[in-house]
Every structure is written in C-alpha cells, then in structure tokens.
Design a binder for this molecule. Structure first.
Ligand code: SF4
Ligand SMILES: [Zn+2]
Length: 394
C-alpha cells in the first residue's frame, strides 16, 4: 500500500524500472493480458455486449473474481528494487525537504483489493532473508549521487532528508520484509530524519515497535541527537461504507482507527491514502466522499493525506467499469477533490500526479492543470483554477 505525495520535483536514478511516485494504485498501463475489454466511455454495456459476471458478495469469491481478471505478472528480481526517485515534499513546517522513495520488490500483498494493481510489481512467494536489506542498500548507493542539490542543499531546512520504503504491500508482513532483515535495514536508513513505510492496518503491531526500537538504536550508534521518526502509511481508501466493504480490503473504519491510535501511542506518524472515485461509489459524490475520507484520516491523527485518482488497468476495474460499477474520475473531479480537501485541512494534503494525463480530455489545458496541482502539493496553498477556452472540465 504505498503512496507518497506526488511532489513535482522528482529525479529518477538508475533502476531498471521506475514505478510511479508513491502509489499503491499506481501503475497504470494498458489492461494486462486477459483483462476485460475496455468498456465504452460511459462504462455502460451496449446491447450485444458480453455478459459480465457479477461481482460476488462473498469475500472468498470476490478474491477469485478479482484474480481471474488479472493478466500475466511480469518477472521481477527479488534482490533488486524496481524503482526509485527523489522528490521534494513540504515538511509539517512548510519547508520543502528532499525525500527518496524506493520501490522495493516484495511478495504480493495477500489482500487482493479490487482496485489494486501493485501485484504486478511483486513476486508470488515469500521474500528470502537478506533480499530486502540488499535491495535497500544497493538502491541507496545508486540514489546517493542523484539527490537534488546534494544533501538537502535546496531545502529551507538544510539536511532534512526522508526516505520512503514502499514494498507494494505491507512492510510489517513478515513474508514481505523478513524481520531478520530489520537490523541491516535500519543501519542503512538511520541517517534519514524520517523513515516512511506502508502497511495494512491489520499488520500494525509488535513488528512496528520492534522496527522502531532498532531504528532508534541504529541512530544512537551513529550518535545522532534525534532518531528518525517512523511514519506508517495506511490505505484508508474511502469511508464510503459500500465502496469500502466491496473493495475486498476487509478492513473496518474501527480497525483503521485502532491502528492509527496504536501508531500515535507509540510515537509513530501516520500518512493516509485516500482514493478519489473508487468503484462502487457514485461519481457525483466523489468529491464529497474524498473530503469526508480525508476528514476521517485527520481525525485519526494523519499528518499527511494523499489523494489518488482511481486508475483503471488491473483487469478487475475494467470488468467493474463494464458492469457500471466503476467510472474513472475526470481531471476536474480530481481537482475539485484536492481543492475541497486542502481547504482548511489541519495537515498536509497531496495530490498523486502520476500518469495524470490519463484523466484529461484536453491537451490545451492539461499541462497548466498539472502544474497547478504540483504547485499546490509543494506550497499547500490553493491556487486559482485553470480556465480553458476549449473545454470546461479539462
Ligand atoms: S491492501 Fe489492498 S490496496 Fe493495499 S497493497 Fe494490498 S491489495 Fe493493494
Ligand atoms: Zn482544456
């Protein structure tokens, strides 16, 4: 479950494949082999269109239904991260900091949510001990020379550096990141000011505490006056009751809140991913539900909320679109969701801009619209909407 603020200043370095900035629901690509055929733009079936198997109500059946619509999983080297990039993100103080995102090759998340395609960046089996620590060490060595401006030179708070270790699932899943790797990992990342990992709320617990303790020990061994803050990113997705229940995430809002409380009680920060216009949510209500979801996240103590436009491309979403249960958001809807959520927000709000052109219908204004969102990501201030003589909704 990843997602980091898709800040505009990013610099990729020498990895074979760079996944998009900070997304779980990221990688948008043509529907994989075996995926449902693209639906008409309005998502409705036409007379004579093939019958669509209904989305099951039973959780086990849902998983089967989702898996059956997948394409072929690309091969990955579990000893090598599959992406990485530097970007800038404002700190809570408002000052920009350099932040390095590493996209780690891990085992597939066991949840199989209807809207997720991160399985395409994973391996099916457990990750062998040593692999994750090695991925991080190698990726960091490659990233070192690529940091914008060197170590914090371009930041208003020199030297502030953060790192996201996103594994396309849950960092505290022991089969994804073996706890035996924790000591080597913390030694590698103890020089950062904040270490951000992602995790399903169900796996927040003793392993998070263990990792945090080791991180603090590693920082002390380096004689750092302040240990890195451990931040955990959790996917809330939406507080829309039907959409959340049908997502196959098998998570309740109570469970999310309990995990958020656990993080706060143990001095860990919280970052939250919210989907804009997920399946099973009326498109006309997308902005309102995004805002309500962010409010819930803030009430749970989130220091950052990242809005992600729900991207088709995993096979299941194409089938749901054909059945009329999913419509991708328009760029205008995404802009409105960001505007509404940022307005009066008690913490940072980021718009995930990866592959944003997917949601645009107008080449004349897309670039200006994207730049506006990117500037809002960095400044955390609303900016006037882009008006386009050619279109009204971008
Ligand atoms: S919990 Fe769901 S959205 Fe998050 S990585 Fe797993 S399958 Fe994807
Ligand atoms: Zn336009």
């Amino acid at each position: 479950m990843p997602l980091a603020a898709a800040c505009p200043v990013s610099q990729h370095f020498g990895m074979a494949l760079s996944r998009p900035p900070a997304n779980r629901l990221t990688a948008h690509a043509p529907p994989p082999t075996g995926a449902a055929a693209p639906a008409p733009a309005d998502g409705r079936l036409r007379p004579g269109a093939p019958e669509v198997a209904p989305y099951p109500t039973d959780a086990t059946e849902r998983t089967r239904w989702i898996l059956a619509r997948r394409g072929v999983r690309p091969a990955h080297d579990v000893w090598r991260a599959h992406g990485g990039f530097w970007e800038q993100e404002p700190l809570l103080s408002g000052a920009p900091a350099n932040i390095l995102t590493l996209l780690l090759t891990s085992r597939e998340c066991p949840w199989h949510c209807a809207m997720c395609d991160l399985w395409r960046f994973t391996v099916p089996g457990p990750v062998p001990e040593g692999a994750m620590a090695r991925q991080i060490a190698v990726a960091l060595a490659e990233a070192d020379g690529a940091e914008p401006g060197g170590t914090g030179e371009q930041t208003a708070e020199p030297g502030v550096r953060q790192i996201k270790l996103y594994n396309g699932g849950s960092f505290f899943d022991p089969r994804a990141v073996p706890p035996a790797d924790y000591p080597a990992i913390v030694r590698t990342v103890a020089g950062f000011d904040r270490v951000i990992v992602e995790c399903h709320p169900a796996l927040i617990g003793a392993r998070a505490i263990q990792f945090q303790a080791l991180l603090r020990e590693a920082a002390a061994a380096r004689r750092r006056s302040r240990p890195p803050v451990l931040e955990v990113a959790m996917g809330l997705e939406t507080v829309h009751p039907v959409a959340l229940e049908r997502s196959n995430k098998r998570m309740s809002l109570d469970q999310f809140r309990r995990s958020a409380t656990f993080l706060a009680e143990h001095e860990m920060a919280l970052r939250v991913f919210v989907l804009v216009q997920p399946p099973f949510q009326p498109p006309a209500e997308a902005v309102e539900w995004a805002r309500r979801s962010a409010d819930f996240a803030f009430n749970c103590g989130a220091s950052a909320v990242t809005l992600i436009p729900t991207r088709p491309g995993n096979g299941a979403l194409e089938a749901l679109r054909a059945a009329g249960d999913f419509t991708p958001p328009t760029l205008r809807t995404f802009e409105e969701a960001f505007d509404a959520t940022l307005d009066g927000a008690p913490a940072r709000v980021f718009a995930d801009l990866w592959n944003l052109e997917t949601f645009s219908t107008c080449l004349d204004c897309f670039s200006a619209r994207r730049q506006r969102l990117a500037a809002m990501n960095l400044t955390q201030r609303p900016l006037p909407r882009v008006s386009c003589p050619r279109c009204r909704d971008g």
